[in-house]
Design a binder for this molecule. Structure first.
Ligand code: TYD
Length: 411
């Protein structure tokens, strides 16, 4: 969705891109050969609003191009994420739900029901909002009440009249996907009970800057939030950020806890985070000029390494066809010449090709049955789970290529 004259999506002030990543395809748009010709691309430029301090994409494809009946991301495929969502559910139940009776919770971006099943199992009235119909179907088939629509202020009103107000609205890896965020926050405000909470997790800007993990930037992530920006967005819409907690998921995330303004005591954590963000110059455009240089260096280092390994006739594959890898591959101009294939456990991605660069995506057994010399760890956020599983590859001399926080080889 083209932004109106490069105005900030939150506060409408004029913003200028500090960086272009070039033409990008849909990050989760794994495709077959006959779809190559009509592949959709958009110009991926990033900006930082000096007024409300929100990091954002200038342009974003129409949401229906990204979230539809072919969405290939199934949260429940990762064991670690299953566990994370169990703990996240417990956290909400223990801290914010006083009585399970008469409680109503809503999840925005409920995917295959990985989180809401923990509420369903506790007999708590719940509702999931999930626009990608294929993943929503899995949740519905498992008895999780789900609406397949995009959430905004209008949908909030519809939910309000059909279900009533909510005690808790939560979300993980979804709020940063939604361009019309003021409408979402206004919708949350309307739907929440006066003492209700709005809790969400998303990749954290501070981690992205610290690790130069620029692969967090792709079509779906129209925002990468900081404490400062969330505080500002909340304030514009009658809400208040009262607490926050770091999470290790998705390569470094933040859990934001919001409520209606004045309804809860603001934790000292917020003050500490705000100070830290200021100390790290995260609210200054100069920091993003440095980030740009770091991205350019990372791109060159990875490309040069792969060219060198190719000249040595080494076999290099990619491990994990993540959406994040779409940014790395397209920005760094890495194709099948440099990476033989990418292995992935998601059936919907297998036997397709990576968006833009068209590297084949293959079943995990291709890796298991014929180890390469090097594997580029695209699913770096699952390093522990993967390393635990791949002891044999490592024992047999297999090497990993990392690009976060900088390009390196292990062991
Ligand atoms: P993930 O990093 O969760 O998300 P994103 O797409 O948002 O960047 O995606 C992980 C991908 O890696 C997913 O396609 C599944 C795949 N994967 C494997 O192939 N093997 C594994 O052991 C794990 C943990 C993930």
């Amino acid at each position: 969705m083209k932004n109106n004259h490069n105005n900030c999506r939150i506060c409408n002030k004029n913003i200028a891109p500090f960086m272009s990543f070039g033409e990008m395809p849909i990050a989760n748009g794994f495709l077959s050969k006959d779809q190559f010709q009509n592949e959709y691309f958009f110009k991926m430029e990033t900006a930082f609003c000096d007024t409300c301090k929100t990091f954002q994409l200038i342009d974003q494809p129409q949401p229906t191009k990204m979230f539809n009946e072919n969405y290939p991301f199934f949260s429940s495929l990762s064991k670690y994420m299953q566990l994370h969502f169990e703990k996240f559910s417990e956290y909400i139940l223990d801290n914010f739900i006083s009585s399970k009776k008469d409680t109503f919770v809503i999840e925005l971006g409920s995917n295959d029901g990985i989180m809401l099943k923990n509420f369903k199992n506790n007999n708590i009235k719940h509702l999931g909002i999930e626009p990608s119909t294929n993943v929503a179907k899995i949740a519905k088939d498992n008895g999780i009440e789900t609406i397949s629509k995009f959430f905004d202020e209008n949908l909030a009103e519809e939910i309000l009249s059909n279900y009533g107000k909510a005690d808790a609205i939560f979300s993980a890896n979804c709020i940063c996907h939604i361009p019309n965020l003021n409408s979402v926050f206004r919708g949350v405000f309307k739907l929440l009970k006066d003492e209700g909470v709005f809790i969400y997790e998303d990749p954290y800007l501070g981690e992205m800057l610290k690790k130069t993990s620029y692969d967090q930037i792709y079509d779906e992530h129209v925002y990468i939030f900081s404490i400062t920006s969330v505080k500002n967005i909340a304030e514009r819409n009658g809400l208040e950020l009262f607490d926050a907690e770091r999470q290790i998921t998705h390569g470094g995330s933040m859990r934001y806890m919001l409520a209606k303004k004045g309804s809860r005591k603001v934790s000292s954590n917020i003050h500490t985070f705000l100070k830290e963000e200021d100390n790290l110059k995260m609210n200054s455009i100069n920091r993003f000029d440095i980030f740009k240089e770091q991205c350019e260096k990372s791109k060159k280092d990875l490309f040069d390494l792969l060219v060198k390994l190719k000249s040595q006739n080494k076999r290099v594959i990619g491990y994990g066809a993540t959406s994040k890898s779409t940014t790395i591959l397209n920005f760094s101009n890495i194709d099948e010449n440099l990476i033989e294939y990418i292995c992935d456990t998601t059936p919907l991605k297998q036997n397709k090709f990576s968006p833009g660069m068209h590297i084949p995506i293959k079943d995990y057994n291709n890796f298991k049955n014929n180890y390469p010399d090097y594997a580029v760890l695209f699913a770096w956020n699952h390093k522990k789970e993967i390393f635990d599983k791949e002891q044999d590859y490592i024992k047999k001399g297999g090497k990993w290529i990392h690009f976060i926080p900088e390009v390196s080889i292990e062991p």
